[in-house]
Design a protein around this ligand. Structure first.
Ligand SMILES: Nc1nc2c(ncn2[C@@H]2O[C@H](COP(=O)(O)OP(=O)(O)OP(=O)(O)O)[C@@H](O)[C@H]2O)c(=O)[nH]1
Length: 312
């Protein structure tokens, strides 16, 4: 502590009697850092026991030399300017949160300008360690972000889920030129039950993940792929014509059928049936497009599977 108030400066507001020693003892017992620094020279005039234990004794140094790391002058985040009113008199307190540059801990700081006993203005800060609360808040935010992510994702393939697919398509349709085409593919794996029955459900899960990976590797930014349900995928291609969508469907079909999938010792070929439809964005009704793509996909099933069928 740099300076001790004489006991004669005891205060007795409204029947309360406390000597300067009493006040210092109170300040030194607080579970928070309290300091006062000259608002012009930045000299640290007072630092309570909590602050001295954390940052060391002031010994006539400036606040930024004692409390912060690597400062060669007043801190960018100094609150001095915010503590005075337009006439340069002490204004309302400023409460802020800050990660200390010396020890990396988070503090909630309550800063206030007051007139020191000799008339100069000083900044008084009360800083409470909120590191644990911050960590909890960060964990909560992360888990909220994760929950939000999960709400829009299919857990197995990490693709968008059906709900997110509809939302993404509507959002894209709203911004597309009404004349621009909007294509939609429905893709259903062939005889997938057989994969589960022959190689087990875990193998089926692996296949679904691998299918998602192979499809994704062949798409562009802006294409919207989702796991529509079970062993069915939907793919929206904003700005893509029916002919171009059919060509892409053909490439996706080959991406499955041309390269067998391996699971343990087993190696097997996975194929899918594709239904393709397109409309001008301005006339695209998602429900109707899905229905037409579904009909085309079932035609592909009926005609022998492992093929692409266009909706008329
Ligand atoms: N492993 C696994 N299987 C799934 C999942 N979702 C759906 N299935 C299986 O997918 C299979 C779909 O079977 P079906 O609807 O009979 O169709 P299919 O055997 O693919 O035959 P076609 O569609 O007619 O070619 C069922 O056995 C479901 O249990 C999943 O998340 N994991």
């Amino acid at each position: 502590m740099s300076r001790k108030l004489p006991a004669s400066q005891a205060v007795e507001p409204e029947g309360v009697t406390a000597s300067a020693e009493d006040l210092l003892s109170i300040l030194d017992s607080l579970d928070a850092a309290v300091y006062a620094s000259d608002m012009q020279t930045h000299e640290l005039l007072f630092l309570n026991a909590y602050g001295r234990q954390t940052w060391g004794a002031p010994r006539g140094r400036k606040c930024w030399e004692v409390l912060q790391e690597g400062q060669s002058g007043p801190c960018d985040f100094c609150t001095n300017d915010r503590l005075l009113d337009a006439q340069g008199r002490p204004g309302a307190p400023v409460v802020w949160e800050f990660q200390n540059t010396q020890n990396g801990r988070w503090y909630q700081c309550r800063d206030q300008a007051i007139a020191w006993h000799d008339g100069r203005l000083v900044r008084v800060e009360i800083a409470t360690d909120i590191t644990e609360r911050k960590a909890l808040e960060d964990a909560l935010k992360a888990s909220h972000r994760h929950a939000e992510w999960l709400a829009y994702r299919d857990e197995l393939t990490q693709l968008l889920n059906r709900r997110a697919f509809f939302a993404a398509c509507q959002e894209r349709l709203a911004t597309l030129d009404p004349e621009a085409p909007f294509a939609l593919l429905l893709i259903d794996l062939d005889r997938f039950k057989l994969v589960n029955d022959t190689h087990g459900h875990a193998a089926g899960d692996r296949v679904l993940r691998e299918v998602a990976k192979r499809f994704q590797a062949r798409l562009r930014d802006g294409d919207i792929l989702c796991r529509f349900g079970g062993e069915e995928f939907a793919l929206a291609l904003p700005g893509t014509s029916q002919a171009a969508a059919s060509e892409l469907a053909e490439r996706l079909r080959r991406a499955l059928s041309a390269q067998p999938m391996n699971y343990g010792e087993a190696s097997f070929r996975v194929t899918a049936s594709f239904g393709v439809v397109a409309a001008a964005s301005g006339e695209a009704d998602l429900g109707m497009l899905l229905q037409r793509a579904d009909q085309a996909m079932y035609r592909a099933k009926r005609e022998g599977r492992d093929r692409v069928c266009d909706s008329p």
